[in-house]
Design a protein around this ligand. Sequence first.
Ligand code: PEP
Length: 253
Amino acid sequence: MRKHIVAGNWKMNCNFNEADELVNGIMEILEEKELPRDTQLIVCPPFPYLEMTSDYANDSYFMVGAQNVSDQEKGAYTGEVSAEMLESMEIDYCIVGHSERRAYYGETNATVAAKVNQLLKHGLKPIVCVGEVLEEREANRQFDVVKQQVEEGLFHLTAEQMKEVVIAYEPVWAIGTGKTATPEQAQEIHHFIRTLLTEKYGKELADEISILYGGSCKPSNAKELFANADVDGGLIGGASLKADDFIAIAMSF
Ligand code: PEP
């Protein structure tokens, strides 16, 4: 059966000392408390802290993910970080298509598809974010928007490749706003995404793909969100910057 996953997206937060403290805080709690067996914890710090974070993680406490990757293989792309570089540092996961990258850096579904290809080629697991903005939700267009993002970002993949993908449904109106989707709203879209996967790849594969919820998830609401049949965990922004909150969320299954 599919994994429960709780992934922390630190975004562009923490100086080096703060990052060090945060990872240490997570480790200290995990030395005392064991996560449920089927729950995978992932920490996604900014690029400069990937090495330090993965040294600490040592493959036992949590896995490490990047927040972005280049859509190009290698070469004269100043400021970019390639999937091959991440692979050579043994990074396990990478977030792709976060709404902030779509909104501020012009990433399209085609960019997402190209980044997913790079990651899979180099053995990393993409965490692909989809989700509608407020105006789209108000116009009841959330299903069309998410369908297009899933189809254009992912449906060129073979079934073997698709098995490596994690999907995060993040309604943009709930990210960093304190507004959370209701458990019913989350389940409705997660179920919709799983139906799209079933139609394209069959039920067996669709049942193996972890679909995470993201958007103001915190210890006080994680349990009721994760209790839904198609919600397999969370992509956590703000609350992942506090070790206690992050682990409390991961203990919410
Ligand atoms: C995110 O940015 O992926 C996110 C879910 O942020 P927050 O938890 O802060 O809403």
